[in-house]
Design a binder for this molecule. Structure first.
Ligand code: C2E
Ligand code: MG
Ligand code: MG
Length: 836
């Protein structure tokens, strides 16, 4: 086994945790390939996040820029202020030094003056000295003092100056007496003023030792203010003189500050400049300078507020400008969001939505010109893509040869139909396979066979209703899904229609080809459990194969249903033959006048003389004929027959009315009225001798066309009767609207007359209503004399029934007329007899 000498870290051994492709081979940690393999992909940012980022960066830059600007401006203001203060402190120190030098020269001049002796022996009356202050020492006093401390002459006006021995024991005096030339004693308490002063003193030579001194007292109280006035001008600088040795404030221009006080922190550190809290307690900046040849230091200070006011103003201006910039930037970002990011988002949404649903709405172009172009192009691409998807979907669900739905779509629709109709009772599946298709394929070749399939698909489609689905699910196999079929008869009709599509030969090549098919039908109805799509398809398929094997043409998956459907189809087919083979017969049943007992007419009733089934009653084939449309031909036959028969009766001296039953389907036929007129004309029968019977239930279903036909018939003189009255539940008002002459009470009411009074009253009510409407009443199915008597009492005009005669062949009817039953039926005579 080969070892690479390297054990991968645990996170590397499970690369799928990162959602990255596995990179095989010996990679080492830290290599670019390795890092690329494991680094999780960072999701790209949307435009809005970038815009927010730009806004945030701009805000941070603005705030930090403003802060830096403020700090820089503050620092700058500080150094400028300190520089200015240093300059002023230097000038102040020089000014003090200069003043001291000048003072020294002045007093040395005075000391050299002759005649000072007198002033050294005590106060001299009228002596005159002057001392004018200026510069840092505006308040000066010049004294001539003897060695004992007595002032002999002074520029001062205060008498205290001459107080005896006023300066005795003053240290400055001793210093002055011991000096060889003028000196400055910087810190003295002047006993005359009681204030601090600087004294410039020079000895006056005497015999042996100095006899006294000339002293110039400079009051220190106004010094700082004078310096401030001279040097600072309008600037808000304060000047303070400090004796470094004693750490005492000599003079300050600050008002309210203590005259003597320790300066505080900066001084002991001997800082030249810096920040301090001034003597008045205000924070500020200062700079200092030592006064040469002294212990003094000049401090010049300004409050911080004044220094940083400009920086703060700059900060405020910067802040306002920044705010405006931020607002402008915000507006620009908003505009970008609206005009760029918004449309981009819309395009993105449209593309994403269309990715899931090809029918998703397209984006409405907006934003900048490029974005409008992008949106338009994206829409166009989505349209193309939707078209492709629709095409793909069509290909996936349709048969490429015929274009019909394939198994997938058929199953989908079948399942949908079964779901929609929860009981699944109205779904039918018909599986249609071409007989001997392989032979056909071999004989014609695949192309021609394909053309047969395509043409068959077209023919079947044309034969189906719009709601039905025709699918091709295999080589020669088609399946039809019908959604509203619930019995075998309807399925048989559809089957017949489909098979009828193959009646005409196909023309896939030069020679016509006859093609037949077998159909297997499965119905959802009749299953105990709702059937599945698979079950129905399988049943239909096996029924189709069964039909093919048996050669029956079609087969139902349920045999009992098939029997019924087969009988139905047999009847239909046989009826068509019956018309051709003249197997229909018309029987006649007389109608009698109840009062006179005379025959007034007869109802024509059709029968079918079936070769094997015998005489088939109309109820077994008329409904089939009505459904298949054969009623038109049968009705026409009966009508013609009846008209000719009535004409024969008239010719034999019996001008009776003949009643013919008409189905609603006949009335719907546009040419029906014309056919009636033709039948009358052909037989030479007056229209008044023909009565057409329409059942009440058919009348109820009659719409505009049928009602118009009835009105037209009445207009030409044909009588109209409502047949089977009482079974259709028509209302009185409806009855009133109908264009009829007679009302035939259904035999079910007449039958029950004997059973009890309730039905008798019903018949009575019908009779009363018919009379009120001016209609003639015919009672059907009169079988007993009791019924006849009852009807006679009610004033019923006509009756029909077995009491008189059953329906009889035309010849029998004619024989009866010939044998003397001149219009009198047997029942009537019996009644008359019984009454007699
Ligand atoms: P319908 O028009 O009501 O005809 C009367 C039916 O009652 C006839 O039955 C007749 O034989 C029967 N009938 C007459 N008297 C009695 C009686 O006393 N007792 C009993 N129980 N029945 C009696 P049929 O001939 O079987 O005809 C049945 C129906 O077939 C007719 O009823 C009619 O609606 C229809 N029908 C007959 N022929 C034609 C036709 O040519 N065209 C159309 N459209 N329908 C016809
Ligand atoms: Mg009738
Ligand atoms: Mg009837």
């Amino acid at each position: 086994m080969v070892h690479w000498g390297y054990v991968a870290p645990s996170w590397w051994r499970r690369p799928r945790d990162w959602g990255c492709p596995i990179v095989t081979g010996p990679t080492r940690p830290g290599s670019g390939r390795d890092a690329a393999a494991v680094a999780p992909a960072r999701a790209p940012w949307p435009v809005r996040r970038y815009l927010l980022g730009i806004g945030t960066i701009a805000l941070v830059a603005l705030v930090s820029g403003t802060a830096y600007g403020f700090a820089w401006a503050s620092q700058n203001a500080r150094s400028v202020a300190v520089g200015a203060l240093s300059f002023q402190a230097d000038r102040a120190a020089r000014s003090l030094e200069h003043a001291a030098t000048q003072g020294k020269a002045t007093i040395e001049d005075v000391a050299a003056q002759p005649g000072l002796d007198a002033a050294l022996h005590g106060p001299v009356k009228g002596c005159a000295l002057t001392a004018s202050g200026g510069g840092p020492f505006p308040d000066l006093r010049l004294d001539i003092v003897n060695a004992a401390g007595q002032v002999g002459c002074s520029s001062g006006k205060d008498s205290q100056v001459f107080a005896p021995n006023v300066h005795a024991d003053s240290s400055w005096l001793r210093t002055g007496l011991a000096a060889s030339s003028a000196i400055v004693v910087w810190d003295v308490l002047d006993p005359v003023t009681g204030q601090r002063a600087a004294v410039i003193v020079t000895p006056v030579p005497g015999t042996g030792s100095p006899a006294g001194v000339v002293a110039l007292f400079a009051n220190l109280a106004p010094t700082a203010a004078a310096l401030a006035h001279d040097l600072a001008g309008s600037r808000n600088a304060s000047f303070t003189l400090v004796d470094e040795a004693s750490q005492q404030v000599m003079s300050t221009s600050l008002t309210g500050a203590p005259a003597t006080a320790a300066l505080g922190q900066p001084f002991p550190d001997r800082q030249v400049s810096g920040e301090w809290t001034g003597l008045d307690g205000t924070p500020g900046l200062y700079s200092s300078h030592a006064v040469p040849s002294s212990d003094w230091r000049v401090y010049v200070g300004v409050p911080s507020s004044g220094v940083f006011a400009a920086a703060r103003g700059g900060l405020l201006r910067g802040g306002i400008v920044g705010l405006v910039a931020i607002l402008l930037l915000g507006a620009a970002l908003f505009l970008l969001d609206r005009r760029v990011a918004g449309p981009l988002r819309a395009v993105t949404r449209a593309v994403v939505a269309a990715g899931r649903d090809p029918g998703a709405p397209r984006v409405s172009p907006g934003g900048t010109a490029e974005l409008v172009t992008l949106a338009t192009e994206v829409n166009a691409m989505l349209d193309v893509r939707a078209g492709h998807e629709a095409q793909l979907e069509h290909q996936a669900t349709h048969d490429p040869l015929t274009g019909l739905p394939n198994t997938v779509l058929l199953r989908d629709r079948l399942e949908h139909a079964l779901r929609r109709d929860r009981r699944g009772a109205r779904v039918a599946v018909l599986s249609l396979g071409i007989d001997r298709f392989r032979t056909l394929n071999d004989a014609l070749g695949p192309d021609a066979a394909d053309r047969v399939l395509v043409e068959l698909g077209d023919r079947l489609t044309a034969a189906l209703r719009p709601g039905d689905t025709l699918a091709r699910i295999g080589g020669d196999q088609f399946v039809v899904l019908c959604e509203d079929i619930d019995d075998a008869k309807q399925a048989a009709c559809v089957t017949k229609r489909l098979r009828g599509c193959l009646d005409e030969p196909f023309h896939p090549a030069a020679e016509p080809v006859a093609v037949s098919c077998s159909v297997g039908v499965s119905l959802a109805a009749g299953h105990e459990q709702p059937p599945s799509a698979t079950q129905l398809l399988r049943e239909a398929d096996s029924a189709m194969h069964q039909a093919k094997t048996a050669g029956t043409g079609w087969s139902l998956s349920d045999h009992s249903q098939q029997a019924r459907a087969t009988a139905y189809l047999d009847t239909e087919r046989a009826l068509r033959a019956a018309l051709d083979r003249d197997e229909l017969r018309v029987y006649y049943q007389p109608l009698l006048n109840v009062a006179t007992g005379r025959v007034t007419g007869a109802e024509a009733l059709v029968r079918w003389q079936h070769p094997t089934r015998g005489l088939v009653p109309p109820m077994e084939f008329i409904p089939v004929a009505e459904e298949t449309g054969q009623i038109g031909a049968i009705g026409a036959f009966v009508l013609t027959e009846a008209c000719f028969e009535a004409a024969r009766w008239a010719a034999g001296g019996h001008p009776l009315t003949v009643s013919v039953n008409v189905a609603v389907g006949q009335l719907r036929d546009q040419g029906f009225v014309a056919s009636v007129q033709a039948a009358l004309a052909a037989a030479g029968l007056p229209a008044a001798r023909l009565c057409l019977e329409v059942t009440e239930s058919s009348m109820m279903r009659a719409s505009g066309t049928e009602t118009k036909a009835l009105e037209e018939l009445r207009r030409i003189g044909v009588r109209l009767a409502i047949d089977d009255f009482g079974t259709g539940y028509s209302s009185l008002s409806y009855l009133h609207q109908l264009p009829v002459d007679e009302l035939k009470i259904d035999r079910s009411f007449i039958n029950r007359i004997a059973a009890g009074n309730r039905d008798a009253h019903l018949v009575e009510a019908i009779m009363g209503m018919a009379h009120a409407l001016g209609l003639e009443v015919v009672a059907e199915g009169v079988e007993t004399a009791v019924q006849l008597d009852f009807l006679a009492e009610l004033g019923c005009q006509q009756a029909q029934g077995y009491l008189f005669s059953p329906p009889i062949p035309a010849e029998t009817m004619r024989d009866r007329f010939a044998s003397g039953h001149s219009g009198q039926a047997k029942g009537a005579s019996a009644r008359d007899t019984s009454r007699a």
